[in-house]
Ligand binder design. Sequence first.
Ligand code: MG
Length: 420
Amino acid sequence: MQIMKKNYSPLKVITILCFTLFSLSVNAQGVVSSNGALSVSGTHIVNESGNIVSFAGNSMFWSNSTWGAEPFYNANVVNWLKNDWGSTIVRAAMGVGPENGGYLVDQTGNENRVKTIVDAAIAEDIYVIIDWHSHDAHNQQSEAIAFFTNMANLYGSYDNVIYEIYNEPTSCSWSNDVKPYAEAVIAAIRAVDPDNLIIVGSPTWSQDVDVASLDPITSSTNIAYTIHFYAGTHGTWERSKAQTAIDNGLALFCTEWGTVNANGDGAVDAVSTEQWMEFFCENSISHVNWHIHDKPEGSAAVIPGASPNGNWTSNDLTASGTLVKSLISGWPARNCEGDASVSDNDAISLNVYPNPFENTIHIEGEGYFEITVFDAMGKQILVDYGMNSISLNTNDLAQGSYILQLNSLQGVKRTKIAKL
Ligand code: MG
């Protein structure tokens, strides 16, 4: 058994060195300078060289005036997320209204907060999403057209900028409500900016990408579709919808996700989060975590009272912020494992006992397999190999929850384990 170390082959060492050098060059040059304009190619996002790319970063909280997140809309936060978290993308979530303090009632305040984040992202050489953060955008079409026309005039020449024209439609129709709205707003943007990436939502809080994939937008190019998930609520069922959309030819881009429940609160679900990250990794899907704010709820990245200017220590981060920071910073070098569609496949044999365990845990699989154990932060802490069965001595593991992953010829399967 190996704890916290692996034996690396010369080839793997060279690969890691290349990754490191690549990361350094990206950091030195900036992710946008390195990749240039993004575009959709088949089911992927590609950079200016045509290489498949994906990015990981953070969403701001609702921008609404008086909702409390306004102080976090500043350049210091963007600088900190880039340099301390390794974020390569941020999202300005512009609350529209008619909720209190939204764009429809305070146009200048909200627009200025968006511009602050976009300008900061351009200065930091990272990507930025301009998000029409609404659940009712198809009833706000003329306002959205005016806003995005303005944004395209201001920012359409910057490769940094991505337009997200409808955060989360709810119970409306894709073909009758969202798609006609999207086509109208896309036409307005394209009249000014012919090329930057545009991301479209779908009904049921941007879960119905499979529905959209049956009637996709064909009026323009460089259109991607957002998939939103909250790990405590959404799992295999929604990933199968995402897989259907990909199989039908859509390029997906996760502009919002949470480690907790769909209401934005509750405990971090590290196992479900890991399953989603693996799916995204295997499909090269970018992801942007909700949210940067000190609101007292599970999805907030920092604790109440944390500075709105970054400079956060580990003590300033919530459980969600701690996990998300490790996922974002590890994203560029993350190794994907096989096919995500079988990550939680019932057909793959995996029996683990006792669970919870004290010192020794027995694992039964089928044929030759590799076992990897991740801690709650997604960090790999143990690797071993077996044929049909194996017993692991876990004396070196601290008490707590872990994710055990089995890789075999049959595929990949994960389960949660706990040490007493
Ligand atoms: Mg452009």
